[in-house]
Design a protein around this ligand. Structure first.
Ligand SMILES: C[S@@+](CC[C@H](N)C(=O)[O-])C[C@H]1O[C@@H](n2cnc3c(N)ncnc32)[C@H](O)[C@@H]1O
Ligand code: SF4
Length: 450
């Protein structure tokens, strides 16, 4: 990456576009009653994706940017589980039928904190309210420090077929600086255990830009993880926002790499995975060529949603649990992130929606443009306008931004087709931002995540 690109990284505060419009633009103009109407309007045959959020962890990782709370109290977790089931019932009651599910994702926090019995119970409850399709993908985020034989058996028994492991780094000094001690042997043992139980689709999350990380440490981490032959890796840049996430002030700032060093670290990890034969996907993913995500990319079926890149082909995504986000044909909804608010609404028999966004026709068309840029690094504006039934001028990029991107060689634009060369993959979101009608110049509302 050239120096001016690195400066762009530093200066631009653009979203990661896991949705369009992005979550900071959701408003209280959408409430639980409107969500109920959106649920009722779904066609009974539409395939659903379910996201279930468990917002608890045992110990705080100081870099953490997720919606989570630290607890050791089993009664809190049991109460949350019961309320989650109540929310599932509230949503299911508003659907037009027992609807088919093609995708399920448990995220957090640490979903495995509910334990083997909790998992059996939750999966059993979901199976009562929804019709899981035989080829459905059932995925869970796992903290390798919180996985035992009993849990793995319950996951396998419950039909979980993909696990994504939070690894971040294998370097002991970095682990100490982020308060997450996790020897690589522990990760290897969990991978072996999952595979032995038949859960053989394994993804790993890695981070760069952490304190004391260098090109040498990330190369070693990539090498140690490649030895475990995961099917996929997600490689995220540490987003340091101590004003929003107070505990991040425990991270030693003087040990954080600068933008240039971060870019070099990403490139080193990318090189390690690509040399090992992995396919680079979108902004930050790598997959073995036979993996379903690599195939989805090759067949232009790859999608992007709140969980990042996905092969999920569902028509609607329903979110359960505090802070969970749903994506329906009519628009987006987000549950209360504050646990007390979320619980109060569920216990009162109301859908616990805090905010959302109703999609307009132009939003929908631009959403497709942005999703294709983020997934494929290319888009044909004439084609999208025709398929989406909107006037072509409505899809025009911001002229000044596009001129800058073209002048810097970040993107090519022939008047209808945008192409981002593969080496500029980390800059995809700058190209997507040229279409974002909600992006105010100089806005500080979005996190710099790279
Ligand atoms: C909910 S966690 C994964 C599951 C489990 N809690 C764990 O940590 O093992 C989701 C992922 O978000 C990423 N993440 C967390 N905080 C981040 C931050 N501040 N910046 C960038 N990525 C972050 C990490 O890679 C993490 O694995
Ligand atoms: S990174 Fe994962 S385990 Fe660590 S605090 Fe955040 S959600 Fe919990």
């Amino acid at each position: 990456m050239r120096a001016e690109h690195i400066r762009l990284f530093e200066g631009e505060r653009v979203p990661r576009y896991t949705s369009y419009p992005t979550a900071p633009h959701f408003s209280t103009g959408v409430n639980g009653e409107e969500y109920a109407a959106w649920l009722a309007a779904l066609t009974p045959e539409a395939r659903l994706s379910l996201y279930v959020h468990i917002p608890y962890c045992r110990q705080l990782c100081w870099y953490c940017g997720c919606h989570t709370f630290i607890t050791r109290r089993a009664d809190r977790i049991a109460a949350y589980l019961a309320q989650l089931e109540a929310e599932i019932d509230l949503v299911a009651a508003r659907l037009p039928a027992v609807m088919p599910v093609i995708h399920l994702h448990f995220g957090g926090g640490t979903p495995s904190i509910i334990g083997a019995r909790g998992m059996e119970r939750l999966l059993g409850h979901l199976r009562k309210r929804f019709a899981f399709l035989p080829d459905a993908e059932l995925a869970i985020e796992l903290d390798p420090r919180m996985v035992d034989g009993e849990l793995v058996a319950a996951l396998a028994e419950g039909g979980i077929n993909r696990a994504s492991l939070g690894v971040q780094t294998t370097d002991p000094r970095v682990q100490e600086a982020i308060n997450r001690i996790q020897p690589v042997a522990q990760v290897a043992a969990v991978v072996a255990r999952l595979r032995a139980a038949g859960i053989d689709h394994i993804s790993v999350d890695l981070l760069y830009g952490l304190p004391h990380q260098t090109v040498a440490t990330v190369r070693r981490t990539a090498h140690e993880i490649l030895a475990l032959a995961p099917d996929r890796a997600a490689v995220f840049g540490y987003a340091h926002l101590p004003r929003l996430k107070r505990h991040q002030s425990l991270i030693p700032e003087q040990a954080l790499p600068d933008a240039k060093a971060r870019a070099a670290q990403f490139e080193a990890i990318a090189e390690s995975f690509e040399r090992a034969g992995y396919v680079a996907i979108g902004l930050d993913h790598f997959a073995r060529p036979g993996d379903s995500m690599a195939r989805a990319l090759a067949e232009r079926r790859l999608r992007r949603n709140f969980q990042g890149y996905t092969t999920d082909p569902a028509d609607a995504l329903l979110g359960f649990g505090s802070s969970a986000i749903g994506e329906l044909p009519a628009g987006y909804v987000q549950n209360h992130a504050d646990l007390r608010h979320w619980r109060r609404e569920v216990l009162a028999g109301r859908l616990p929606v805090a905010r959302g966004l109703r999609l307009r026709a132009t939003d929908r068309a631009i959403r497709v443009v942005i999703e294709q840029i983020m997934c494929f690094g290319s888009v044909d504006l004439d084609r999208i306008a025709a398929v989406q039934g909107v006037a072509r001028p409505l899809l025009a990029p911001n002229e000044e931004r596009m001129q800058r991107l073209v002048a810097l060689g970040i993107a090519r634009f022939d008047g209808t087709r945008i192409t981002v060369p593969p080496e500029n993959r980390p800059l995809l979101r700058l190209v997507a931002a040229a279409f974002d009608r909600y992006l105010e110049p100089g806005t500080q509302r979005h996190a710099v995540a790279i």
